[in-house]
Design a protein around this ligand. Structure first.
Ligand code: TGC
Ligand code: FAD
Length: 392
């Protein structure tokens, strides 16, 4: 792969709107990605292997629980810092950002928000340091966009719960130490349970042959009469709103992350277009290529501003789920379009692993599907503006 010469586009001087702490956190993540992710990520993706060597580094830059208080091992940062870290990591690879998103927003967040003090103390510091890796089990083979229909269930057996069912498409599943699993009790109410590797009847087979997110490990979570101790239930909230509130946090991170991938594609295409000579001049001098580059930068700039405002709202706890959906949907869509256009600017070279663009493009096919598909986020916006649900 080519050396990482990334220079971030900032057409509207958004840096001026960030605090010193934001810039420091962002720059540390950016440098770390250049040094530790870029040199190894193409090989990891080609081999379809999660690069375990970067787990410690992810913990060191604060990517595991950026906004979880320091007393539990988190970095104690605000939402904009969290977003900036996700942006920089996904600039390197969406699969690496996935691992960090799941650990932070889908495992640490529900334990912090809905767990007991004992659960927080037991799990959060180990998750923050990367000693424990977590996964989040909501999706099932027959219930993806409609998680409320889940069939995974647990029964009260007096001194423990008995868990049965299966989750599919679960990031980090093949190597997770713990899983936050959403299941129905005997009354059909959804609860979160912490399931630990080693519990009898709990297995995590890997999903192979993905063309997307190849540097992230995806798998199933299978529960066959798993005895879960009663103290592993998250008592703070039940119902579908509990897992969906975790998704709000992860979707916010994706809105930022997708812009990282888009910035990398734009920057790569711009550099290539200035260097590549055809018909006696750089291809950047042709109007058709300038149109592509100008439109890419316009969309990136709009999305950066959307993210910043959303971050400000989240810092005040004022961002609605529908606002988060709009940002996730918009930013992933513009990122995937930018990846496709950037790929064309590189001509044949664009399809090779010499450059990051094709990898980003394929990764973004997962990003546009998980954490709520593109269609589902449109319907969430539709519901918000009309008051009429069109899901069912
Ligand atoms: P609905 O009846 O609308 O809502 C049920 C209850 O939930 C509440 N609620 C929310 N609460 C918090 N945050 C949100 N975003 C919420 N959205 C809804 C709602 O108020 C209600 O509460 P209550 O108290 O009245 O019961 O539910 P529905 O069954 O009609 O479904 C709505 C829909 C379709 C929007 C929802 O099911 C949905 O978002 N579906 C998409 C599923 C999804 O995103 N799955 C993601 C799985 S995790 C993943 O993909 C990880 S990838 C990780 C990575 O690698 O980065
Ligand atoms: P479906 O729900 O079957 O949707 C198929 C199509 O139908 C989509 O185009 C969808 O938009 C459309 N559709 C569905 N319902 C409607 C409707 N009401 N109106 C109009 N159109 C509709 N899940 C987890 O729980 N944890 C994870 O860690 C996780 N990681 C993932 C990692 C990867 C790489 C991938 C690909 C997925 C992951 N997922 C995870 C699952 C992901 O959240 C689901 O794939 C996603 O929610 C969509 O569900 P589905 O694949 O079953 O598609």
């Amino acid at each position: 792969m080519k050396p990482d010469l990334f220079q971030a586009p900032d057409y509207y001087n958004i840096d001026e709107l960030l605090t010193d702490e934001h810039r420091m956190v962002r720059d540390a993540a950016r440098e770390w990605v250049k040094k530790e992710v870029s040199p190894i990520i193409e090989d990891a993706a080609q081999k379809a292997a999660f690069p375990t060597s970067i787990v410690n580094g992810l913990a060191e830059i604060g990517a595991f629980g950026p906004y979880i208080p320091e007393e539990y091992g988190g970095a104690g940062l605000d939402q904009i810092s969290y977003g900036l870290i996700m942006q920089e990591i996904e600039r390197g690879d969406s699969g690496v950002r996935s691992t960090a998103s799941v650990q932070s927003s889908l495992v640490m967040y529900p334990i912090y928000k809905y767990g007991t003090e004992e659960q927080r103390k037991k799990y959060l510091p180990k998750l923050a340091s990367g000693e424990f890796m977590g996964s989040f089990g909501l999706t099932e083979p027959d219930h993806g966009s409609n998680p409320g229909g889940m069939v995974t269930n647990f029964k009260d057996k007096g001194d423990h719960y008995l868990l049965n069912g299966a989750k599919m498409w679960i990031s980090n599943a093949p190597f997770c130490d713990i899983a936050v699993v959403w299941a129905k009790n005997e009354e059909g109410r959804i609860h979160g349970l912490i399931v630990e590797r080693g519990m009898e009847g709990f297995t995590t087979p890997e999903t192979h042959n993905k063309w997307s997110l190849r540097a992230s490990a995806t798998g199933e979570l299978i529960f066959q009469d798993v005895k879960v101790p009663k103290e592993n239930l998250l008592p703070g909230r039940s119902g579908l709103g509990a897992p969906l509130s975790c998704l709000d946090s992860a979707r916010f991170g994706i809105a930022w992350g997708a812009i990282g991938a888009a910035m990398d594609c734009y920057d790569t295409a711009l550099r290539y277009a200035k260097e590549r000579i055809q018909f006696g001049k750089p291809i950047a001098g042709f109007q058709l290529q300038q149109k592509k580059l100008a439109e890419m930068l316009t969309e990136i700039t709009k999305a950066q501003l959307l993210n910043l405002r959303l971050g400000q709202l989240r810092n005040k706890d004022k961002a609605t789920s529908a606002q988060i959906s709009m940002a996730k949907r918009n930013n992933v869509e513009i990122a995937i379009n930018i990846a496709r256009e950037a790929r064309q600017i590189l001509g044949g070279m664009g399809i090779t692993g010499e450059y990051s663009i094709m990898r980003h493009m394929m990764n973004l096919e997962s990003v546009i599907t998980y954490e709520g598909t593109h269609d589902i986020h449109l319907l969430i916006t539709g519901l918000d503006i009309t008051g009429i649900p069109a899901f069912k």
